[in-house]
Design a protein around this ligand. Structure first.
Ligand SMILES: [Zn+2]
Length: 382
């Protein structure tokens, strides 16, 4: 039939014809053990969530997610999108009005303020006294309940100087801000660079081709971008220069593909912590190395997801950390969105899981300990 002929011309692979990678969604024939992990083994602190960017101000969605937190034993989430000033107040009001006990909030640096998006020379960060003003705003935010500072990927890969060059992560102009976070005893969570494949040419050798071909703007390949190594080095200099400030390298410091390299950083910087948000895809394809790594640095690894995510994805996190199941998905999406592979669990010992899920967060992040204790007391009979 004509319709069938048209279909088969679209590289659908039928009858052994050519197949477009976008259509490749193979069904695994493996029959392996499936452990149902309906909720985490211990209370969980999710240190990497985006309640502003993912929910905007949708109260119903918030209530739904708090119900999911209850089912999954997530005691609290750290929302990283608190911004500063009146926007911080709005976010706080949104999350704390009904669930003050379940959320803490991080502030963000307001690099642009009232400047024009497309004209970096008008940005607040290039005016004299910017760092000092930001420190004052942060001090105020901490008084209002802020528990940390989040730096986004655009810091290093997007924000620009008046001459058009990219703002450097280790530009000494920002030093007073990082030092102040140490004095205020709030950690900085920093997202630097991105997966290794995002810096490679988007061609047939790229292991994330499928995803990059759908999101060309995620590629940082080319001369207009600094290399991944340069970005890591600048971030590391910043961490080394501020030993009294605690830094959380978001997404396993964005180098889960090379755990030996992250190990070097962990040895060199005692003030560096890690969290695995949206990177169980990477850890789970090297489960033995990942297990050893997570056990070695068990005192400085926190739990994070990059959510709020659908319930199904949360379960994959529990299954990854708590079981030795093999060859299961890391996401509810088909085909898998961050690499066309499956993962194995790392089956962490209970004492390591406890540190990862909540104990380390209670030591590092203001406002967490009392919330975890209240949650544990309330749910002790569960
Ligand atoms: Zn994130």
């Amino acid at each position: 039939m004509a319709a069938e002929t048209a279909e088969s011309n679209e590289l659908d692979g039928r009858n052994g014809g050519d197949l477009s990678l976008h259509r490749y969604n193979p069904k695994s024939q493996l029959k392996t053990k499936v452990t149902e992990v309906s909720r985490a083994a211990f209370p969980v602190v999710d240190v990497h969530t985006h309640f502003f960017y993912r929910l905007r101000m949708n109260r119903e969605a918030l209530e739904d997610f708090v119900a999911a937190m209850d089912c999954n034993r997530i005691a609290l989430c750290v929302s990283l999108d608190g911004k500063l000033g009146s926007q911080f107040q709005e976010q706080k009001e949104f999350l704390w009005k009904t669930h003050r006990d379940r959320f803490v909030l991080y502030a963000n640096v307001d690099w642009r303020c009232d400047g024009a998006t497309d004209d970096p020379s008008t940005w607040a960060c290039h005016r004299p006294g910017f760092a000092e003003r930001t420190v004052e705003q942060l001090r105020e935010a901490v008084k209002q309940g802020a528990s940390g500072l989040k730096l986004f990927k655009r810091f290093g890969l997007g924000h620009r100087n008046p001459d058009g060059s990219l703002v450097k992560i280790d530009d000494p102009r920002w030093d007073p801000i990082w030092a102040a976070c140490g004095e205020l005893q709030i950690p900085i969570i920093i997202h630097t660079a991105d997966p290794a494949a995002f810096f490679d040419p988007v061609d047939e050798r790229n292991e994330r081709w499928e995803e990059l071909s759908r999101h060309p703007d995620w590629s940082f390949h080319g001369e207009e971008f600094p290399s991944r190594e340069e970005l890591f080095e600048a971030r590391n200099r910043m961490i080394g220069k501020h030993p009294k400030t605690q830094f959380i390298g978001a997404h396993i410091a964005n180098s889960p593909e090379d755990l030996a390299l992250v190990s070097e950083w962990m040895e060199r910087y005692p003030n560096l912590w890690l969290e695995p948000a949206s990177r169980i895809n990477e850890l789970g394809r090297q489960p033995r190395a990942a297990r050893e790594f997570l056990i070695r640095y068990q005192d400085r690894i926190l739990f994070g997801t990059d959510g709020p995510w659908p319930k199904k994805r949360l379960k994959y996190y529990w299954r990854f950390f708590e079981t030795n199941d093999e060859a299961f998905p890391y996401s509810e999406k088909e085909p898998p969105p961050q690499g066309l592979w499956q993962i194995d669990g790392v089956d962490l010992p209970p004492q390591v899981l406890r540190k990862l899920y909540y104990e380390n967060a209670t030591k590092l992040i203001p406002g967490v300990r009392e919330r975890v204790e209240a949650f544990a007391a309330q749910h002790s009979s569960d």
